[in-house]
Design a protein around this ligand. Structure first.
Ligand SMILES: [Zn+2]
Ligand SMILES: [Zn+2]
Length: 63
């Protein structure tokens, strides 16, 4: 088991709608077509959140 791999540079996010795994440069979910560019990602923990958020809900990092 190599959980450390999850923190590698190629972090993956999940679609907020269907939970498909996404790359950070995707603008639409390839599975359900959900628009993704209204979402952003925490640089510290990789959590995904609406772009209106100013702080990460997961770790409190300022976005
Ligand atoms: Zn999706
Ligand atoms: Zn975070």
């Amino acid at each position: 088991m190599t959980w450390e791999k999850a923190h590698d540079q190629a972090f993956k996010a999940a679609c907020p709608k269907c939970k498909a795994s996404l790359s950070s440069n995707m603008k639409f979910c390839p599975d359900c077509g959900e628009k993704l560019h209204d979402y952003k990602y925490c640089g510290a923990c990789g959590a995904q959140m609406p772009s209106s958020h100013k702080f990460c809900p997961e770790c409190g990092q300022k976005i």
